[in-house]
Write a protein that binds this ligand. Structure first.
Ligand code: X2W
Length: 286
């Protein structure tokens, strides 16, 4: 016999689902690109929780695309192999030996771990890099940086095919050169280019900070492109936030409806942003 008890948690869960309905309807059929940075990845539990968020999004009719980083994992492998590495302007100077390690770690290890986590959570994830089906063709960013690429020609048709099959693309930020080179692409840059090519409804940049902050350190929840440019000129936006806001401006220019910079370490960060009134982090619109 089942005993009827009213558990506060169940009531809260039911209320949450009820309140989520208008948001579920708003994002049905939407394309949402999620940049999952190496610093936001955390331990196996955090990875499993991220994977469940992504599977839930797919389940309610969103087309999620995961574009990942893995800077800390590349650093670790380069150190093991005794290869020195430095960053200039937020980009890793990448020689021929380094690009081999970058591709191995990103496409071979980090990508596979995310694909496995999503599939363990009941989704159907497919791992790709920018080389697959000519998704992301790159030119060299700057000869001083070696094999660092800037995406210049995008073909997202492989992604729309996967959407039709209700599969979840997980993309390593590796690009293909026009003469067979392999390029290392900054994860944020790749996510912005992919979101732009898809004219995505949302680009979520998951980081390890709460969002864009004002001069007093308070998180700015809503911003326009113009405000981002003003805050950058005033020096309020600086350091590691600059590549993120630059990506946001580029993506919006390319036709992405809105970009959200949010803390990926917070539990259920993606769901909080998409499916509650509260939202999360900083949303940037034209
Ligand atoms: C990055 C690619 C990985 C990345 C790198 O080599 O570290 C360049 O710097 P996170 O975790 O998102 O920082 N590429 C050109 O962007 O990882």
């Amino acid at each position: 016999m089942r005993k009827q008890t009213m558990n506060r948690d169940w009531i809260a869960t039911a209320r949450t689902l009820n309140e989520a309905l208008p948001y579920l309807q708003r994002y049905e059929g939407a394309t949402v690109v999620i940049k999952f940075g190496g610093n936001a990845m955390g331990d196996d539990n955090a990875m499993a929780s991220f994977a469940r968020d992504i599977v839930l999004m797919r389940q309610v009719g969103v087309n999620p695309v995961v574009v990942h980083g893995g800077g800390p994992m590349i650093n670790e492998m380069l150190k093991r192999l005794d290869i020195k590495s430095e960053f200039v302007g937020g980009k890793r100077v990448t020689d021929a030996a380094t690009v081999e390690v970058v591709e191995m770690v990103l496409a071979g290890r980090v990508n596979a771990r995310i694909v496995q986590a999503i599939n363990d959570a009941g989704g159907k994830a497919v791992g790709l890099s920018g080389k697959d089906a000519r998704l992301m063709i790159c030119d060299q960013t700057n000869p001083d940086l070696g094999f660092v690429g800037t995406p210049t020609e995008m073909d997202p048709s492989v992604l729309t095919k996967l959407f039709e099959a209700e599969m979840i693309p997980v993309i390593a930020p590796i690009g293909m050169g026009r003469s067979g080179e392999t390029y290392n692409v900054n994860g944020d840059t790749a996510a912005g280019a992919i979101a732009g090519a898809l004219k995505a409804d949302r680009l979520l940049l998951l980081t390890d900070v709460e969002g864009v902050k004002d001069a007093t350190g308070a998180v700015l929840t809503e911003l326009t492109s113009q405000q981002i440019m003003d805050l950058t000129a005033e020096g309020v936006i600086s350091g590691g936030m600059i590549p993120k806001t630059e990506t946001a401006l580029m993506a919006i220019d390319a036709g992405v409806r809105a970009v959200v910079i949010l803390d990926g370490r917070a539990s259920n960060a993606c769901l909080l942003e998409l499916y509650t009134e509260h939202g999360a982090g900083s949303i940037i619109r034209k």
